[in-house]
Ligand binder design. Structure first.
Ligand SMILES: [Fe+2]
Length: 639
């Protein structure tokens, strides 16, 4: 039993009154874990619904979060987990506990019909979460679990085996769960349970409670726990989760403005850490764990599910804030609506998007195909500004610097890394579902990206609506949508619009174009199918589904061919093509079958590297790329 579990109500209240964040009470049974204002005197009401004498606070009103005082046999609210590389990581979220209740939960696993305790974990304050990490995890079998508190409270679920033998890996792509619409989400849960995703991805804005993350997080958990409980889940916080309207984290520095436009985080470090602990602790260990400024952690990492390798990015944490970095050209530091502006004028040298560390991670991740047949990048928002109207149906805006279309130079670097891995991209944030194909140098030469709609869109509407109301060049053949094809976004980025789901009537909650996306990665066919499901309908939005070849995430047109490789000793080898003149990696991909003829996008000399999981076994130097595919010859590669 935890040393802090037995204390009277009187002791507790005395302790709360006297405690300050970070300092233990001398000689008492209670330490700073129960401080009424654990985020410091400047922020006495932050997360207050679950801090101090939380049970005396009863939020009222139509938009109030759920009551945090529940029957004591229900205090385990929900749990989230991932398994990868032989490690199970799980976060259990509790409702706030009362003085005298055990500050500990147990994880029990069922094997051959028998439950046994596998681990214990402390319930942390503030935030009331508890975290389990179990090594040597065997992901080849389903294992029922339950998280228990005290004698009676229990939350049950299933630790799924890795679906490595499934041909199609199904990912639900979700974001932006408006807190203005309270209550459960039965219309979404019913469909999700039927579609039975192998992975849930929540890209951010799981809650808009801003200064009450724990209450908002528990609310999110109650809404989604009937799908969270029995499959792996990725949740990454976005701006609203940390209490911002927008977030340019600038390596963790302190923001001095509530809108965050000067870069950094506005709320105290301990609050940011609480949000990241609750939302991301259960992700696989960070690949590069050094904290950023002020001790704020990082969580960017990779997760493999059924042979699909996901890079999980933090596209907000390192990004430079716009205020004072670029000329002001609109009503806000992050909005531009001056038609005379030159997009190049805001692509200022030295601005960061993913930051050097994450760019390095993507570069390395793209070359390591261990346990992977396909690759996909997950992040909060989109690498373009695929939207015209913001907030209001007539709210036309040229450019929004909150999206990853800015800054343009590091956006290009990010897309080049995604393309090098032949990866697709899933994200949220925009409250406007779109599928685009990025253009890096030319339209269509970059990867596909699917931005999910808002799960519940009672916060902010956005619309795709070209000024001339015309389709672009190369519209999607047969699309029911009028405005597909090639466009330039307000930041000067080339995009090909493939599908979009505009709200038809923002006054009607049933016509706000909310819902979620599904991506089906078909390993046998080498394709991904994007589906977009409305919240209130059994039929997909017009323009979906879209099926594309994963190889076309690199949309460059082959201009020359290297010799056909014939693998001996292993098939499905990993092939890397390096341009000798520049030393640049052109791409790294897993081939399918016993042969593969690598394309090149310019004539010249190349090095081709081949291996079973990484391009590390055989190196063929000085290969000439030739225009005539048949004349390129053959090489045997022994693995
Ligand atoms: Fe949002």
């Amino acid at each position: 039993m935890n040393r802090k579990t037995r204390l009277s109500r009187r002791q507790f209240i005395q302790g709360v009154a006297g405690a300050t964040a970070g300092a233990a009470l001398a000689g008492g049974t209670l330490d700073a874990q129960d401080a009424a204002a654990p985020f410091g005197a400047d922020h006495p009401t932050l997360d207050s619904l679950s801090c101090g004498e939380w049970w005396t606070k009863k939020p009222k009103g139509a938009n109030a979060p759920p009551a945090l005082e529940v029957p004591r046999d229900q205090v385990v609210a929900f749990a989230l987990y991932t398994t990868d590389r032989g490690v199970l990581k799980m976060s259990a979220q509790l409702f706030p506990l009362k003085p005298g209740e055990a500050r500990e939960v147990r994880l029990e696993l069922q094997r051959q019909g028998t439950w046994a305790e596998a681990a214990r974990a402390a319930v942390l304050y503030p935030g009331w979460s508890a975290h389990f990490r179990i090594e040597k995890w065997d992901a080849s079998a389903d294992v029922p679990y339950r998280v228990r508190h005290g004698e009676k409270a229990v939350f049950e679920g299933l630790l799924r085996r890795d679906p490595i033998d499934k041909d199609v890996i199904v990912v639900a792509n979700m974001s932006c769960n408006s807190s203005r619409t309270t209550g459960l989400r039965p219309e979404i849960i019913r469909h999700l349970r039927k579609q039975d995703p192998d992975l849930l991805f929540f890209a951010g804005d799981q809650t808009y409670r801003h200064t009450e993350h724990t209450a908002g997080w528990i609310e999110f958990g109650l809404q989604f726990r009937d799908v969270l409980r029995d499959r792996p889940t990725v949740t990454i916080p976005d701006d609203h989760d940390v209490g911002h309207p927008n977030l340019w984290g600038e390596n963790g520095k302190r923001a001095t403005r509530g809108d965050g436009a000067d870069g950094g985080y506005f709320y105290p470090v301990e609050y940011v850490k609480l949000v990241e602990r609750q939302q991301t602790w259960h992700l696989p260990d960070p690949v590069d764990p050094a904290p950023v400024e002020r001790g704020i952690g990082v969580y960017f990492t990779r997760l493999r599910i059924g042979g699909v390798d996901f890079a999980i990015l933090e596209d907000r944490k390192f990004k430079t804030g716009p205020l004072g970095r670029i000329p002001k050209m609109g009503p806000r530091p992050d909005h531009i609506n001056d038609p005379a502006y030159d997009p190049k004028s805001i692509d200022v040298a030295g601005l960061q998007l993913l930051g050097e560390r994450q760019e390095r991670f993507l570069h390395t991740w793209g070359q390591d195909w261990t346990g992977a047949r396909m690759k996909c990048v997950l992040s909060a928002t989109a690498f373009c500004g695929a939207v015209h109207m913001h907030g209001k149906r007539d709210g036309r805006l040229l450019a929004d610097l909150d999206c990853n279309g800015w800054p343009q130079t590091p956006r290009r670097r990010a897309l080049e890394e995604i393309r090098r891995a032949r990866a697709a991209h899933l994200c949220g944030d925009q409250h406007l579902a779109v599928v685009v194909k990025h253009g890096i140098d030319a339209w269509g030469d970059g990867p596909y990206a699917f931005t999910s709609p808002a799960l519940v869109n009672t916060i902010y509407g956005r619309w795709w609506h070209p000024l001339d109301e015309k389709a672009g060049p190369n519209p999607v053949p047969g699309s029911p949508l009028p405005w597909t094809g090639d466009f330039v976004d307000g930041l000067g980025n080339k995009i090909s619009m493939m599908a979009y789901a505009n709200p038809s009537d923002i006054a009607d909650e049933k016509q706000r174009a909310d819902g979620y996306g599904v991506a089906r990665f078909d390993k046998r066919k080498g394709t991904v199918t994007f589906e977009c499901w409305p919240r209130f309908s059994d039929e997909q939005f017009p323009g979906w589904p879209l099926t594309v070849a994963m190889a076309d995430n690199d949309g460059r047109k082959p201009a020359a061919w290297l010799p056909e490789l014939q693998f001996e000793g292993a098939s499905d080898a990993v092939v890397q093509v390096v341009e000798e003149k520049s030393g640049d990696i052109v791409y790294t991909q897993r081939a399918s079958g016993a042969t593969f003829q690598p394309p090149a996008y310019a004539p010249g000399a190349y090095t081709v590297k081949v291996g079973r999981d990484k391009p590390d076994a055989v190196e063929l130097k000085g290969l000439d790329a030739v225009a005539d595919r048949a004349a390129a010859g053959r090489r045997t590669v022994r693995l």
